[in-house]
Write a protein that binds this ligand. Structure first.
Ligand SMILES: Cc1ncc(COP(=O)(O)O)c(C=O)c1O
Length: 455
């Protein structure tokens, strides 16, 4: 059979607007709280960390927000990204299902993260920001922001989770190539970092800790530095909606419509990016696509976490939001999907999951790598360990369709390539990787430390 594989868009078809799910969501937003007062945050509190345009996007109810010309011009370096049908994977699985994937791994840093990094650097530049701070886990976010800051002439300090700093040295070098400074977190540059190093000089760190350090540096900079976050917040999910908007047009070119849309979830931004435009079609046009978020069994925020108010970071400096959480004191198992090791999840996604508009599944590390390798051997792309979670679920859907004899149409987001993740693959081939189940007991214990919110 001579099947069509590529469904490409012209540069002129690059979407002009981001989609804001808050205009259509059937579940109302819960307030974001100040971590000191436990009262709803004021723009004054947020303006220490973020420029005003980002704050306005964070609370916006506008359905469509225009993508600035300067941002679109940089998007053109890698967008529109390819949407492909994984015909060789379908054959390998012997499934009647059609499997499509959106390849965000073609961006220069290798993931979906520049979609928001470029926008955030732009809004900071027009607000006069000279320097930004941020955290990074596996390094994808840090690299994306380093590239974007370089384009807009902004200095960048990256607090990189200690264990990843050592696991992924080339990510650090790539950030430095773009001109960023990278520090293994916890560091001795912050009060919080010093307090952790005093207890354990070899602390492996976590995203929650790295966020605290980046926030502390910005908050104590007397306005000379702002902070940038790579996931979780509304404005980040907004910028990622370009993934789903392009996918809708590309599926139209393929003359098919997905029965299920799948993405991995760390803080929720690449999943929301591909899924929310399809959710809009469900809500507004009577479509019936299942939206499936995939997380590791080692960090099961959606499937096992409590839906409650919690701090966004370990040092309780970032705002409190209502989300599915494993507790801000959560120290994750050392799984290789560094970008999925966060204790919480985007509040809008949690509300939609809680109300049944979105489904979630947790998959273990070993079968995730099996899926990654099957995909690499069929399609020729080595996926990021994070993205491999979406591949695991897509393969499971395709096998289920085969068993039920269904012509299911599956679309998943390939959020990044794994070319800098070879240590993870090496460890897998050497039989060094394990599965981790996050124990219920640990979740119960960390819930004792939740903020006492009375709303
Ligand atoms: C390749 C890749 N996919 C997914 C994620 C998870 O983030 P999010 O849930 O915000 O998309 C990350 C985070 O670093 C990542 O690097």
């Amino acid at each position: 059979m001579n099947e069509k594989i590529n469904f490409q868009l012209e540069e002129s078809e690059l979407p002009r607007f981001w989609y804001n799910v808050n205009a259509d969501t059937p579940v109302p937003a819960t307030p974001v709280l100040n971590p000191q007062t436990l009262e709803p945050v004021t723009p004054d509190f947020l303006s220490v960390l973020f420029p005003m345009e980002i704050i306005l996007q964070e609370i916006s109810q506008e359905r469509y927000i225009e993508i600035p010309h300067e941002v679109r011009e940089i998007y053109k370096l890698y967008r529109p990204t390819p949407l492909k049908r994984a015909v060789r994977l379908e054959k390998a699985l012997g499934t009647p299902a059609h499997i499509y994937y959106k390849n965000e791994g073609v961006s220069p840093p290798g993931s979906h993260k520049p979609n928001t990094a470029i926008a955030q650097a732009f809004y900071n530049q027009i607000a006069g920001t000279k320097a930004l701070t941020t955290e990074t886990g596996a390094g994808q976010w840090g690299t994306a922001l380093a590239m974007a800051c370089n384009f807009f002439g902004i200095d960048l300090e990256v607090y990189m989770v200690n264990v990843s700093y050592h696991h992924k040295p080339y990510r650090r070098v790539m950030m430095e190539t773009f001109g960023a400074q990278v520090f293994p977190s916890p560091t001795d540059r912050t009060e919080y970092g010093r307090s952790l190093l005093a207890k354990d000089p070899d602390a492996s760190g976590s995203l929650g800790v790295a966020i605290s350090e980046a926030v502390e540096i910005a908050a104590k900079s007397n306005g000379t530095k702002k902070y940038s976050l790579g996931s979780v917040l509304n404005h980040v999910l907004l910028h990622q909606s370009i993934i789903g908007e392009e996918s809708l047009k590309q599926m139209e070119k393929a003359n098919e419509y997905p029965d299920v849309v799948i993405g991995c979830v760390g803080g929720g931004s690449n999943f929301a990016g591909i899924a929310y435009p399809f959710l809009r079609e469900n809500l507004k046009r009577g479509k019936n696509t299942r939206l499936l978020a995939v997380e590791p069994t080692a960090t099961p925020s959606l499937t096992k976490g409590l839906y409650t108010f919690d701090y966004g970071d370990s040092a309780k400096m970032a705002p409190i939001v209502k989300m599915h959480t494993l507790g801000h004191s959560f120290i994750p198992a050392p799984i290789h999907a560094g970008g999925l090791r966060y204790h919480g999840m985007a509040p809008s996604l949690c509300a939609l999951y809680d109300a049944g508009y979105i489904q979630a599944v947790a998959v273990p590390q070993l079968s995730t790598f099996e899926a990654a390798i099957q995909f690499a051997r069929s399609e020729g792309i080595v996926p990021a360990p994070e993205s491999a979670h979406a591949i695991r679920a897509a393969i499971d859907e395709a096998v289920d369709a085969r068993e039920k004899g269904e012509n299911r149409v599956i679309l998943f987001n390939l959020s990044g390539h794994g070319n800098f993740d070879m240590v993870a693959y090496q460890d897998y081939f050497a039989g060094k990787l394990k599965d981790y189940e996050y124990p219920d007991e640990a979740i119960k214990k960390s819930m004792e430390l939740l903020p006492k919110v009375n709303l």
